[in-house]
Structure formats: C-alpha cells, structure tokens
Design a protein around this ligand. Structure first.
Ligand code: ATP
Ligand code: MG
Length: 137
C-alpha cells in the first residue's frame, strides 16, 4: 500500500516532539515501517529540497535542515501521503489549524517542526534518498 516520507526537523527533535508526532500517526492507524535519526549533510539537505533551489530562502533552509539530528520515518497506509500532509497542517504555521502538528506546535515558517512528502512521486524519491537500504514490510 502507499508509503510516505516524514521527518521531524531539527527544531522538533530539540523540542522533544518526536514521541507526540509518532503517536499521532500510530493512533490514526498508520504503520511505521522505517525509522532512524541522522544529521543531514548540507549536500543531502540540498538534494532533499532540490525543487526549491532557486528560492531566496534555500540557503537558510539547507543550513537549518542540516543543523542537527532529524528523525526520518516511513509511514504506510491508505492515502498516507495526502493524509500525512493534512495532519501536518500548512507550510505557514500561522495558517495551520489547531489540531494539526504545525498548528499545535509552531509559529515560525522557518521552524515548522515536520517535513512530509507532497506527492506519491516525491515520496518515492525521498524514501530512496533517506532509506536506500529499504524499509520493513
Ligand atoms: P516541507 O517540504 O518541509 O514538508 P512544505 O512542503 O510545507 O514543507 P515547501 O514549499 O516544500 O513547504 O517548503 C519547504 C520549507 O521551506 C517549508 O517547510 C518552510 O520551512 C520553508 N519555506 C517555505 N516557504 C518559505 C518562505 N517563503 N520563506 C522562508 N521559508 C520558507
Ligand atoms: Mg515540501
């Protein structure tokens, strides 16, 4: 069934939000099939966000994403790419509804706690990058 790549960003790890985020996906009914903590290199961060390389905030985004450990996850289940994005909230935390992860935990666009793949194609690319060894069944 469908899989997505979710990462708790360095701010979320530092603030101790990993457990809450995992619990939300588990309680919703999704299955955790991949999990690891890594500190991304700048190169890996830039590759991850390659679609945004022309944006003025790209340098800051890469610096932030590589500033400390992130928790990489692969979640599996029905419609998980789209549903995961809904659980996250909007890119802009101030536009995110209470009850969403960003709406509950953040106010800063550049420190918005969590990443999630934005399409099935992005999920495949990102999972190949962060879990080249593969994930569990
Ligand atoms: P992510 O890919 O991290 O899950 P997203 O898909 O909601 O976030 P993207 O458009 O992919 O949003 O942007 C990636 C990240 O870049 C955002 O999460 C945000 O932290 C940052 N970002 C996006 N737009 C801006 C902006 N205008 N100014 C500063 N930072 C931004
Ligand atoms: Mg994105």
């Amino acid at each position: 069934s469908e899989r997505t790549f979710i990462a708790v960003k360095p701010d979320g790890v530092q603030r101790g939000l990993v457990g809450d985020i995992i619990a939300r996906f588990e309680k919703r009914g999704y299955k955790l099939v991949g999990l690891k903590m890594v500190t991304p290199t700048k190169e890996k961060a830039a590759e991850h966000y390659q679609d945004l390389s022309s944006k003025p905030f790209f340098g800051g985004l890469v610096d932030f994403f590589s500033s400390g450990p992130i928790v990489c996850m692969c979640w599996e289940g029905l419609d998980v790419v789209k549903q995961g994005r809904q659980m996250m909230g909007e890119t802009q935390p101030l536009a995110s509804k209470p009850g969403s992860i960003r709406g509950d935990f953040s106010i800063d666009l550049g420190r918005n706690i969590i990443h999630g793949s934005d399409s099935v194609e992005s999920a495949e690319r990102e999972l190949a990058m962060w879990f080249p060894e593969g994930v569990n069944e």
